[in-house]
Design a protein around this ligand. Structure first.
Ligand code: MN
Length: 381
């Protein structure tokens, strides 16, 4: 029985992880659930899955959650610090990091330092502090298992290939709702249009990132750290059907790809069950439903975020941290209708120019970079 902590249990990945767990109650038990703000759903989940403890990040909702759960024998905590602490509990085997953005960083570091297995759904953690995270994981013998569908695909392709170095990888991208559109069109797109992703149902932040191709940019950086690659070994291929989830090319030119119907429950289940595959009743793929799988180049002139991410990766240091913090502010501003779709890239580029570069940042440097970038981005808005 694997004991699981889900950070961000009320979000899109968190709720789907609980669906996976509920179908495999003999294999998994829920040890801890944490949520940012959605107290009602957290209470509902806790009553069903009976975790040892829950944390609600918003301290104003502590009483509500505690009143509902203390009689059930569930420990209730609140605040960001409690999330950072609870992951170190001896009774946790796997920490599924499914919270949004930068907030995943410190809890993930704490869990790694206790040697926990990390099922990583919070790509921003590796974008901000990839070197620190991967060094710590080595030092403390903590495994990092990707939940992001593209990285899960690559991870699955690498199974049995320990002796065989990667020549390059192909990260597939759906292209999002604005694939094929030009700058003129993008000038006036609305929040509603951007949130309408063709293939995947996801949280708001990642859906906007998908529309702007920043999600793919963040994934390029995530892949660098997960698989120890250089920027020139990572190619992005737009594949509108989202059936080929990504591919690896080896030194003999042979390519392995992982395929399936787009459903996040599969990579979640693979990470939680790893190294075993678990039988399920998910809908099966048929080649004959998809006679035309197509592939095209990413339009990096129109969607500038992808170039910005490659630039951040090549520059290194605190540059990806600047990219991420500026993007989080840009996406929030776009969702609040304070900035246009294309202005998001300008804001990020501006922050990358203005924030002071640090070549070998430690964690304190990155925390400072993150907060300085957020302040500057808000001033520039
Ligand atoms: Mn992805």
């Amino acid at each position: 029985m694997k004991k699981i902590a889900i950070l961000g249990s009320t979000g899109s990945i968190g709720t789907q992880a609980l669906e996976v767990i509920s179908e495999n109650r003999e294999a998994f038990s829920v040890e801890t659930l944490t949520a940012n703000n959605n107290a009602d759903l957290l209470i509902k989940q806790a009553k069903i899955f009976k975790p040892n403890s829950v944390v609600i990040r918003n301290e104003e909702k502590y009483k509500l959650v505690n009143d509902a759960l203390s009689s059930e024998g569930i420990k209730v905590y609140c605040g960001a610090k409690s999330i950072e602490d609870i992951v170190t509990s001896d009774s946790i085997d796997i920490v599924l990091t499914a919270m949004v953005g930068y907030s995943g960083l410190i809890p993930t570091i704490n869990a790694i330092k206790k040697g926990k297995t990390i099922a990583l759904a919070n790509k921003e953690t590796l974008v901000v502090a990839g070197k620190i995270i991967t060094d710590l994981a080595k030092e403390y013998g903590s495994k990092i298992l990707p939940v992001d569908s593209e990285h899960s695909a690559i991870f699955q392709c690498l199974s049995g290939e320990i002796q065989n170095p990667i020549e390059k990888i192909f990260l597939t991208a759906s292209g999002g709702p604005f694939r094929g559109k030009n700058t003129e069109f993008l000038q006036n797109v609305t929040k509603k249009q951007a949130l309408n992703h063709p293939n995947w149902v996801m949280g708001n932040k990642i859906t906007i990132d998908s529309a702007s191709l920043m999600n793919k940019g963040l994934e390029v950086i995530e892949a660098k750290w997960l698989f120890d690659l250089r920027a020139d070994q990572i190619d992005v291929v737009v594949h509108p059907q989202s059936i080929v989830h990504s591919a690896v090319q080896f030194k003999d030119g042979s390519i392995k790809a992982q395929m399936g119907i787009p459903d996040m429950k599969l990579p979640i289940q693979y990470a939680l069950g790893y190294p075993k595959r678990i039988k399920n009743n998910f809908k099966r793929f048929s080649f004959f439903d998809y006679p035309n799988l197509t592939f095209e180049k990413a339009d990096r002139k129109t969607f500038k975020n992808l170039d910005l991410a490659y630039k951040a990766l090549e520059t290194g240091g605190n540059s990806p941290c600047i990219l991420n913090a500026a993007n989080e502010i840009a996406v929030e501003a776009f969702l609040n209708e304070k900035i246009s779709f294309l202005k998001m890239s300008d804001l990020i580029a501006n922050c990358m120019e203005k924030i002071i570069f640090v070549k070998n940042p430690d964690l304190e440097d990155l925390i400072a970079t993150d907060s300085e970038t957020r302040i500057l981005a808000k001033q520039l808005l």
